[in-house]
Ligand binder design. Structure first.
Ligand code: SAH
Ligand code: SF4
Length: 398
């Protein structure tokens, strides 16, 4: 079997590995990646070790990126040997690692149970953003999203989520760099899955990522994108309150019901109320509204004006995302001219309205193109996809 995805001119950094030929050997030891300081302290207490030892280990794992207990020279030799026997500092396996002609990198990570999820690194002039996945597949069915055609396989654990970040830091050589020199500076939850349908694990991962005594990413450099799971917005706001990105995509309930079906459960008015209550807004931090530009569907001047009215009074940035097609998708991307006019109306109303340049398209790494299992889509598959969509919506109670 070969990787059926197109790789036009893409440099393969690692081979696609069917059946996990190069997956890590099964390891019965407990993986400490993803454990909080409290969990490590409990583990150490059970071993009769004092809590400050757990702090030392935490620092090795999350500040220095150490993988090998032998390196941890401030722990006694006996403790290192005990750790070596019972534990490991894990990383997800890599099924494929590709680099786009524009410098974007994409990993297809493979977890111990064989499930896979994608992570994308997008280098820019002054920042480097890692786009992480929160679920394998997605239980929602946004009609323009590739991940939406895949059923939800499972939630990612805190270790699975921070594992994507830590493995990216390994591969980018970032552990050795000082904070100021790091290539990876920002993280966005915009990969596969709906993070607020996996809120507990996402909160645990956010706490690890944001810990100034650990991975040290800082709340302002973490953005969570959601399709609008209203009750969970409150919880995430009370926990770490990362920067918020809302996948709006339409300004009427009628159209949003079709594009983002969770809207049937939490319509626009409720979503706007929850966003207005989000804690970062009180410090005048901006919310990002994501708006995919679909030709002839949601991209008229009237839509732009209605959008401006909808967000009135909310400190906002509107991120226009030209639709990224995928095999079997039913939409066309709006023309550049249309996107420019739409953006102009929003800017004239006083909001920033950057157009997101699609990145890594040659390796299917752009927004909405992620899917762990690629497939060629013909008519039969398209019908099957539609049946799947209906089945998923019924299961999600939409
Ligand atoms: N589930 C979350 C986060 C992942 S999707 C959410 O929906 O917000 C990340 C962003 O990519 C969302 O704004 C999503 O609507 C957008 N997106 C999905 N498919 C796309 C496509 N084909 N083209 C452009 N953007 C897309
Ligand atoms: Fe899921 Fe987000 Fe895609 Fe909708 S846009 S199907 S919520 S990943």
């Amino acid at each position: 079997m070969t990787d059926p995805r197109p790789a036009y001119g893409a440099a393969e950094l690692g081979d696609f590995m069917p059946g996990g030929a190069m997956a890590p050997a099964p390891d019965e030891r407990v993986d400490v990646t993803g454990l909080s300081i409290a969990a490590l302290s409990d583990l150490f207490a059970a071993m009769g070790e004092p809590a400050f030892r757990a702090k030392q280990l935490y620092k090795w794992i999350y500040v220095r990126g150490a993988r090998d207990f032998a390196e941890m020279t401030d722990l006694s030799k006996t403790l290192r040997a005990k750790l070596e026997d019972g534990f490991r500092v894990g990383r997800p396996g890599v099924s494929a690692h590709q680099r786009s002609t524009d410098g974007t990198e994409k990993w297809l990570f493979r977890y111990a149970d064989g499930n896979e999820a994608e992570t994308v690194f997008i280098p820019d002039d002054e920042r480097g953003t890692l786009c992480v996945s929160s679920q394998v597949g997605c239980s929602l069915t946004c009609s323009f999203c590739h991940t939406g055609t895949q059923r939800l396989v499972r939630n990612l654990t805190p270790g699975d989520i921070v594992g994507q970040f830590m493995k990216a830091r390994d591969d980018l050589g970032d552990w050795e760099r000082s904070d100021a020199g790091r290539r990876l500076t920002n993280i966005v939850f915009m990969g596969m899955g709906e993070p607020l349908y996996n809120t507990d694990n996402v909160i645990a991962a956010l706490r690890l990522l944001g810990d100034g005594n650990g991975l040290g990413m800082g709340r302002r450099r973490i953005t969570l994108s959601t399709s609008g799971v209203v009750p969970e917005l409150r919880r995430i706001g009370e926990a770490l309150a990362p920067q918020l990105a809302i996948s709006l995509h339409a300004v009427t309930d009628e159209l949003r019901n079709e594009l983002v079906p969770i809207n049937r459960k939490y319509p626009i008015a409720e979503l706007m109320r929850a966003v207005r209550d989000y804690p970062t807004l009180k410090n005048a931090q901006r919310v990002t509204w994501e708006y995919v530009m679909l030709d002839g569907v949601n991209d008229s001047d009237a839509d732009a004006r209605a959008l401006v009215r909808l967000i009135e009074g909310i400190p906002s940035k509107i991120n226009l995302i030209p639709f990224n097609p995928w095999p079997g998708s039913a939409y066309e991307r709006s023309s550049d001219e249309r996107i420019r006019r739409f953006s102009r109306i929003i800017m004239d109303a006083g909001y920033a309205s950057p157009v997101r340049t699609p990145r890594g398209q040659d390796i299917l790494a752009a927004c909405g193109q992620l899917k762990s299992e690629s497939q060629r889509v013909g008519k039969r598959e398209r019908l099957a996809m539609e049946a799947m969509r209906q089945e998923k919506e019924a299961a999600a109670g939409l």
